[in-house]
Design a protein around this ligand. Structure first.
Ligand code: SAH
Ligand code: SF4
Ligand code: F3S
Length: 486
């Protein structure tokens, strides 16, 4: 990663009297410089700085993308705002389940109302949902007030797209079907000073039959280890203490690289970086989780003791239909191995209820696994039909009432076991990273344990971003109340 000063020098050197260079990232540096001029002109017209608000739906990877969007917006002269009543609003969308789509339409309706009284306001929509033709068509037809639409593959072009948008009086739409490009060295604005997500790979090749992600995020591509490590060194120099390595299936990291490297090796290398005190990763596909990786999590003190291991279903028949490529036995063996090797590690999971053809007996199988593994936490989702996926074409969709009933009984077991697992740390001292002031009570600070559980304790805001030792006094279901020790 080129550092911020180097990027600034390159942006300053761009020659706007000539056509934009073709190569990246030089082309985007050119457009950043150009957008700075355009934003400055408008800000002079309005007699005040322009504000920009970024709204993000979806997973950590989208959250990281939104930091890149805000990086560009701030760089070209916008002031960041939390309020959608801004001069520029961008929605970074998710389409993994239908409720994510519905949330976008709700927010857009609201922003469209604001724009009626603020004709200069610009509204942009990007991200996973825009990679779907039906959603794109709907926006084009019914949300004419949107100024700019782009997708997941060309997000690195944001500065260029901003310039196009300013110079056009029509909706600008730029969607790519796929890409193998990874553009490095663009500005990023982190949400937290002390922690950061880091993409190690993009896309997904697994094609689980219910999932839209491979269609909207494209084929799996890994970033070169040197780029990942350089970025994290830069983050450490900037005061970041915790990083989360991000990918849809981090365990298949490194395939297709010039110098292949496994995820376990990359994780060990990241732990060598001075200043980085804790390393997390997300997500591990059970089919590819290696014994080496379990050893690294066990042996490296910097690696958080937490493995997110999505189960989806505990029924072999459903797992096969889902194209998950593991069985309940192989999954259980893996979970047992983790529990044996790293007894302190939290295992969390994702579960889908209501996949086509799922019977009560299949759900019983899933519940059986929940009881055996004793998840520290589980995210449970009702199956959502995603157009274009193989599961959407299956004719045996489960009636809503059955899904609801099974969802409720499964959730009950998840909550019981998670409460039990969470409670076992009571009385221990934990090294925790303080993240924020408690939302309900400003006298309390909220910190995260290595295993991802939250603990609240009396303290002040100067502790944010610090590692401290906390005694876990009392478990309140899914979190702890504690007392600071040092
Ligand atoms: N790559 C990750 C998951 C990314 S999506 C993995 O394989 O584990 C996050 C979660 O959303 C998935 O684990 C799954 O539980 C859920 N999900 C994905 N598609 C879904 C759908 N169509 N309906 C309901 N839940 C879904
Ligand atoms: Fe979706 Fe499966 Fe890829 Fe995860 S691994 S993103 S669930 S296709
Ligand atoms: Fe959603 Fe896209 Fe992530 S569909 S879950 S934001 S990869």
């Amino acid at each position: 990663m080129t550092d911020r000063n180097d990027i600034e020098t390159l942006i300053a050197a761009a020659d706007l009297t000539r056509p934009a260079p073709a190569e990246e990232p030089a082309r985007q540096y050119y457009y950043i410089k150009k957008a700075r001029q355009l934003v400055k002109e408008q800000s002079e017209e309005r007699g005040r700085p322009l504000t920009a608000c970024s709204v993000c739906f979806g997973c950590q990877m989208n959250a990281r993308d939104s930091e890149k969007l805000m990086g560009i917006l701030k760089d070209v002269g916008y002031e960041e705002s939390e309020d959608e009543d801004s001069d520029f609003v961008i929605y970074n969308t998710c389409t993994v389940r239908d409720n994510a789509d519905q949330r976008l339409y709700g927010r857009l309706g609201f922003a469209g109302g604001i724009k009626k009284h603020k004709p200069w306001m610009k509204i942009a929509v990007c991200g996973c949902m825009m990679q779907e033709q039906a959603s794109l068509d709907k926006l084009r037809a019914s949300y004419r007030f949107v100024d700019l639409i782009f997708g997941t593959h060309n997000i690195f072009k944001f500065a260029e797209l901003l310039c196009t948008m300013f110079e056009s009086d029509r909706m600008v739409v730029d969607i790519w079907k796929d890409t193998n490009q990874i553009v490095e060295d663009l500005p990023v604005s982190r949400k937290y000073a002390f922690k950061s997500g880091v993409n190690i790979m993009f896309g997904c090749n697994n094609f689980c039959s219910y999932c839209i992600v491979p269609y909207v995020r494209g084929r799996e591509r890994s970033r070169a280890p040197k780029d990942v490590l350089r970025e994290i060194e830069g983050l450490a120099a900037d005061g970041v203490k915790e990083v989360m390595l991000l990918g849809q299936n981090v365990n298949s990291y490194g395939k297709g690289l010039e110098d292949p490297m496994s995820f376990a090796e990359l994780l060990s290398e990241v732990c060598r970086i001075d200043g980085i005190e804790r390393v997390r990763f997300m997500t591990s596909h059970p089919k590819d989780l290696s014994p080496e990786l379990i050893n690294v999590v066990r042996d490296e003190p910097k690696v958080a003791k937490h493995i997110h291991l999505p189960l989806q279903s505990g029924s072999d028949r459903i797992l096969a239909q889902m194209n998950r490529k593991y069985t309940r036995e192989s999954y259980l063996a893996l979970a047992e191995r983790i529990r044996r090797e790293i007894p302190d590690a939290a295992i969390t999971t994702d579960i889908i209820v209501g996949f086509p053809g799922e019977t009560d007996a299949d759900v019983d199988d899933t519940i059986d696994i929940i009881r055996r593994v004793q998840y520290d936490n589980a995210f449970t989702f009702i199956y959502s039909k995603r157009t274009g996926t193989p599961a959407a074409a299956m004719t045996n969709q489960v009636p809503e009432a059955d899904v609801k009933r099974n969802f409720d009984r499964l959730l009950k077991v998840v909550q019981e076991t998670a409460r039990m697992r969470t409670a076992i740390w009571a009385g221990r001292d934990e090294h925790v990273l303080v993240e924020s002031v408690n939302e309900q009570n400003p006298e309390l600070m909220t910190a995260r344990m290595s295993n991802n559980t939250l603990v609240h304790f009396p303290g002040d805001a100067s502790l944010i971003g610090q590692f401290v030792n906390v005694h876990l006094d009392e478990c309140h279901g899914f979190y702890y109340m504690g007392t600071m020790l040092n």
